[in-house]
Ligand binder design. Structure first.
Ligand code: UDP
Length: 238
């Protein structure tokens, strides 16, 4: 696992909210950022895609049209991006926050070549505002950006689990964790890891995914330091 040079870390809004379920959990965010720092110190280029579910999910706003509701969701991801950026910079790291919706007073617009340049210079890049388009998710954003910047892998930090199981491990005691899976198996078994758009984008373009548990943020460092870290690796084929 240790030979990943450039990674996309997908942080859901849920991960940033901890047990609160909404907004920010300061201790959790500091813990996650300390582990991002440790990985960065190993020389790994890190780009982060932040979710927004700790503030708003487009599909939960039935009172207004979906496109507007999704825009609220995307703006939520910018708040998360600012929060993660602030904490990483407090820790002495150099970062750049990019947005897929123009807001130049707040952050840089997303420009692929510029993002890659930042990474090459050792800056941690945070991608916010999703793809900038409604009806998509930040999982799809992670897949898209991973392909655009030529990442070696997407690291999908999950809450409530430490990998992909054959059934919900929080409900079934006999649930079995997969060490590895293909994207086809995920789609056939209807395992809800990412939405189908994100899954098929990775499958069609051969982008590996490593699903791990972010409830213990030190699992992130283990991916780079341990021969056999806990989680599930997903590829187009093995
Ligand atoms: N969103 C969107 N387009 C995108 C990415 C996100 O419209 O490209 C909106 C969508 O409403 C979504 C919300 O932003 O529900 C927050 O993102 P997501 O649900 O993926 O966050 P997470 O579940 O990872 O916290």
């Amino acid at each position: 696992m240790q030979d990943y040079k450039r990674v996309i870390l997908k942080l859901s809004g849920e991960a940033l909210a901890g047990d609160k379920g909404f907004g920010f959990d300061d201790d959790i965010i500091i813990n996650i950022c300390e582990n991002i720092k440790a990985v960065s110190k190993l020389g790994v280029q890190i780009a982060i895609v932040v979710g927004g579910g700790n503030f708003w999910r487009g599909r939960s706003g039935k009172e207004i049209d979906r496109a507007s509701s999704d825009t609220i969701g995307m703006l939520g991801t910018v708040m998360n991006g600012l929060r993660v950026q602030g904490t990483l910079e407090e820790m002495g790291l150099e970062t750049r926050l990019m947005t897929a919706i123009d807001m130049k007073e707040v952050a840089e617009p997303y420009i692929r070549r510029r993002a890659v340049r930042h990474l090459e210079k050792g800056r941690i890049v945070i991608f916010s505002a999703g793809t900038g388009l409604p009806y998509f998710s930040t999982d799809t954003t992670a897949s898209l950006r991973a392909l655009e910047i030529n990442a070696d892998v997407i690291l999908l930090g999950k809450t409530g689990t430490d990998g992909i199981y054959d059934k919900d491990p929080n409900v079934y005691h006999d649930a079995v964790r997969f060490d590895k899976l293909t994207y086809k198996e995920i789609l056939h078994k209807e395992l809800k890891i990412m939405d189908t758009t994100a899954t098929s984008l990775c499958m069609d373009n051969d982008m590996p995914l490593f699903v791990f548990g972010i409830d213990d943020p030190s699992n992130l460092v283990r991916i780079f330091e341990e021969e056999d870290p806990i989680g599930t690796i997903v590829k187009e084929s093995f």
